[in-house]
Ligand binder design. Structure first.
Ligand SMILES: NC(=O)c1ccc[n+]([C@@H]2O[C@H](COP(=O)([O-])OP(=O)(O)OC[C@H]3O[C@@H](n4cnc5c(N)ncnc54)[C@H](OP(=O)(O)O)[C@@H]3O)[C@@H](O)[C@H]2O)c1
Length: 287
């Protein structure tokens, strides 16, 4: 039986949607912390189990009879490492054989606080646990673009501190499909995969595509970090949030999210969504 954590969140829920297309519901379990958000899963025959990552005894109970766990990583700024350690230890105690962990794509020379920092600690802990592991280094979601450029088409300009850096964006549903394919196939013991789009795009590329779609010039201006943070705070975001957005800019500038890998393309059997397709359907629906 395969258990997916974070099953009421975007990636976990979409992974279960994909699993249900190939695997009987009786072989799928979902870990949630609020069962009232999982009624659709219950209706579809998924075995919904309740536990918080901070609640060790509940985790051990929830993992009974499970062979493979997909640990969907906890959110930033919530002591991710303690939560992940709990899940790994509880899985081991309950007799789980194989744990998949959703890390994020990274480069060797850039450590991002709260993100790659806690992934590195989690991965080291998982590797030392004795469980069979598979590490999924997920690319930056296309859906996260709205945090970087806004959810409306910019009037004339994108300002973001990413320099000439690129991102190999990937849609979350495509990550979910690739993850479900890995969970249901053999040969991934103690492997690491970087799951990204097939192409990486700079913010100049984003501006160029938006200009073509909008029919007016939109340009990209790379800000320095400090003015970007000040401008984001002035737009109404709390300073820690503005700092966090800025960190993604610095990570992009360092190339942390730029590497392209063909694993998703191979698992999907087609090219993942391109920048133009994503922008068209998201920012220009119905055109
Ligand atoms: N690659 C990227 O671009 C990117 C972007 C954002 C995040 N991420 C990472 O990838 C993960 C999955 O992304 P997502 O889009 O699916 O995020 P999401 O929609 O926020 O889902 C996170 C899931 O984790 C569950 N969760 C959080 N804390 C928990 C706890 N203490 N105990 C039990 N469950 C807990 C949430 O439960 P509730 O439904 O009850 O809240 C939710 O189901 C994120 O959590 C984050 O680590 C990656």
């Amino acid at each position: 039986m395969i258990l997916v954590t974070g099953a009421t969140g975007g990636l976990g829920h979409a992974t279960i949607d994909c699993l249900l297309t190939t695997t009987p519901a009786a072989e799928i379990a979902a870990l949630v912390r609020d069962a009232s958000k999982a009624t659709d899963l219950v209706q579809r025959g998924v075995d919904v189990r309740q536990a918080d990552y901070f609640d060790y005894p509940a985790l051990v109970q929830a993992f009974q009879g499970i062979e493979k766990v997909l640990l969907v990583s906890a959110v930033a700024f919530t002591d991710r490492v303690s939560q992940h350690r709990n899940v790994i230890d509880a899985a081991k105690e309950a007799g789980v054989k194989h744990l998949f962990y959703t890390s994020i794509q990274r480069s060797s020379d850039f450590v991002m606080t709260e993100v790659t920092e806690s992934d590195l600690a989690t991965e080291a802990y998982l590797k030392a646990s004795g469980l069979v592991y598979t590490i999924l280094k997920n690319g930056y979601y296309f859906e996260g673009l709205r945090y970087l450029i806004g959810s409306e088409v910019p009037e004339t300009e994108i300002r973001f501190p990413a320099g000439e850096g690129k991102i190999a964006f990937i849609k979350r549903t495509e990550l979910a499909a690739a993850t479900a394919a890995l969970l249901t196939s053999e040969g991934h013991e103690n492997q690491e995969y970087t799951l990204t789009g097939s192409e990486a795009y700079s913010f100049h590329d984003i501006a160029r595509e938006l200009s073509a779609l909008a029919g007016r010039p939109i340009t990209y201006h790379s800000s320095e970090l400090a003015p970007y943070i000040a401008q984001t705070v002035a737009a109404g975001f709390p300073e820690p949030v503005a700092n966090f957005f800025a960190q993604w800019g610095a990570a992009t500038q360092h190339g942390m999210l730029a590497g392209t890998h063909d694993t998703v393309e191979r698992l999907l059997g087609r090219k993942p969504t391109s920048l133009r397709e994503y922008l068209k359907t998201t920012y220009f629906p119905g055109t």
